[in-house]
Each structure stands twice: as C-alpha cells, then as structure tokens.
Design a protein around this ligand. Sequence first.
Ligand code: PLP
Length: 434
Amino acid sequence: MSDKTYGFETLSVHAGAAPDPATGARAQPIYQTTAYVFEDADHAAALFNLQTVGFIYSRLSNPTNAALEARLATLEGGRGCTVASSGHAAQVLALFPLMQPGAEIVASSRLYGGSLQQMKNTYPKFGWKAEIVDADTPDNFKRAVTENTRCFFIESLANPGGVVSDIEAIARIAEAAGVPLLVDNTLATPWLCKPIDYGATLIVHSTTKFLSGTGTSMGGAVVDSGKFDWSVKGSTGGGKFPSLAGPEPAYHGLNFHETFGDMAYTFHSHAVGLRDLGPTQAPFNAWLTMLGIETLGLRMERHCANAIRVARHLEKHPAVAWVNYAGLPSNRYHQLGKKYLPRGTGSVFTFGVKGGYDVGVKVVDGVELFSHLANIGDAKSLIIHPASTTHRQLSDEQRVAAGAGPDVLRLSIGIETVEDIIADLDQALARATA
Ligand SMILES: *Cc1c(COP(=O)(O)O)cnc(C)c1O
C-alpha cells in the first residue's frame, strides 16, 4: 500500500497492517511472544549488528507493536515511531537520546501537570534541567536558550485549559537555536493537528487517551519527523547530540546518524532506549490501540461536535461563571485554534461554577452519565474537580496558577448523544445549586 495517495481515514484503518502473510488473518494478529527464532548463526549476528532488520526480543521490538508504530508514523507524517508502556514512559524515551547530565530542556508552563512534575522533580535526578517558560510569548523560548539547551517541549493543545501553542513560531526559534522541538500531541491527535507540518521534530503521545479511545489501554509513542540533522555542532564546536551522531558507547561505538540517516533516532530508541530503559508496550495494548485508531476520525469528529455544543450550553447557563474552551469565539486561543486545529479544538475543557469548591464537589457527586475519574479521551464523558483530587496537594495560590482553582471542573466530552450529556450536566448543576 503506497501511503502517499490515501486519505487520513483510510490510513487510520490500513497503515502498518496488511493481511497476515502466514495465515491470511485480516485483523492484525497479537504476537504474544517474548523472543524470535534465528534462521541460523549468521542471521542472529546480523540482527545483533543491526545489519538486518528483524526481531530479537520483545523488549526491543515486536511485530504487533511495529504495526502500531508504522500506523502512527504514517498518521503524523513522520519517518519512524517507537511505542512505549505509557505516555510518561514515551516522554523519558523521547528525551533520552538528546540529553546527558547538564543538558537543558526549555518547556512550556502549560504542560500536563504530570509532565511538569517529571521536569521539576524527577529529571533533575538524571542531571537534566528544565527551564519552564510561558509559551504564550514564543520569544520566551529564545530568551531561555543556553549552550546546554537540547530541546524545546510544548503541547499542541494543552490539558486542561484548551491552550493552543503557536507551533510554527516556536519551531522557528528552535530551528535558529539548533535544537529539536518536541510536541505532545495527545489532546489533539493527528486528526486535529499534525505538528510536523509546522516544523516540529518529534511528537510524543499518551496513546492512553484519544488514540486508544475507550479507556482500556495504557500506552505512549514517540514519532520522529526524520528531518533533524543530529550532527549539528554547539557554539564551542562539539557535537550537540553525541548519542545519535557520535560513537555511541552503549552500542559498541556505532554512529547512528551516519549508519541510519533519517532513521537514526528511531533505531536508537529501540536498540538503546527500549533495550536499556525497558518501558516496552504490551502487544495486547498495541493491538487495542490499533483497533481504536481505526475509528479515530469518526470519534474525534463526534468528540469535537459534542464539545462545542456543551461549551455553548454551559456559557449561557446561570450556574456557570465561565467556560474555557478554545472552540468558543470568546476564548483567547480561538484564533490559534482556527490555524492549528481547524476541525475543532478537542473535547477537554474546563468551566467554573458559581459557588466555588462546595458546588464543584456537589456537581461531581451529582452526575449520573458522566464518570467522576482522573482520565481524558474516553468514548465516555468524564468529569473531575481538580481542587479536591489531582491538585489537592497544592496551596490555594498554586492551584489557581495551575488553572485548578476551587470552582474549576474539567470535562472530557465523550461520543454519547449530546442531548444526554447536556441533560446530565443540567441536572447535576441544578441539584448542586438547589
Ligand atoms: C495523560 C497524559 C500524559 C501522560 O500519559 P500516560 O499515558 O498517563 O503516562 C502526557 N501528556 C498528556 C497531555 C496527557 O494527557
């Protein structure tokens, strides 16, 4: 199948998966195996030398995972992909070839809370430093660059406030600084936004969310555009990315950039990243995620159509103080949303209830169709009151700064009948304010 000629929905169903050559099975088989028999000693040696592409051990690669990787690389318009056991595992895997002790990340302050947590408290244990900047002013990235900067990290559409990043402007600054731009595309999915088209180098996903789509499977992915020159030098003349474009001691001195060209990053992620860090995705999760992606376009269309209807309804609701959704013309990210996510700005957004904390808690207790839980991107509608759950360890000031003040409720609008979604919110709001 020559991918170039097909539309997104066709590729969502077919890319990476042909009928099984051994059995004719039309559905993608689940290769639930740990290891793979070598043809002979020469074949085994060639596999270990990366002179031939094939399977050795499922911590490094697996045929079911490889099918998902091919599908995601195609849908994002990238060159290669590596799947991981979760979105957070994918982020560590994505940064690993770029970083070393003393290296710095410049990251948006609007990242998913769990990602900021990684940046602030866990990466420093590896000797990695994160400079957190307000991405609403792209020039903040330029100001934060130092000789040690090795990447920029943003989200295309940020959780939970519907913040849209100016990807093109930030990509230009990254290019001038000679560093790759990583974009977390979890909330948008490639159906709504393809950051590589705007200059992103690497895409990370929590496939746990909209890609798998039904709240069944943890997973993550890193997609490489294949466009970055890893042999770029720093201002003092040394190579900036020695793991990729120098002799890699973790792989008997192999130079991945010289050996694999635009597949260097993806080969390194499998041969060194997955091998040594080990955050491998289970083939069953990869299989469920591929099944989910088959309906990605249909689901995202409905997620977005439902979300804008709910947002408009809440904006007029007497018990609601404000609604923060980039799809609404009143929202400050509306214009950026039109540019980067013209089909819709996803289905995760926040709103504020009049009456603050007490009313917020009563709403989550009063919903019947919505599920009160800590997740997004399910076919089912989800709700959470961040101040009493995900953000409860923070001070009041920190909560407000993180967009999780006492009155805030976060919704992930599902694909149910929209009138039912609205009716459930109406009855919960009525009971909470009675
Ligand atoms: C959930 C999420 C993650 C983390 O993914 P997990 O699969 O939960 O590890 C990262 N980024 C964003 C935007 C997310 O929503």
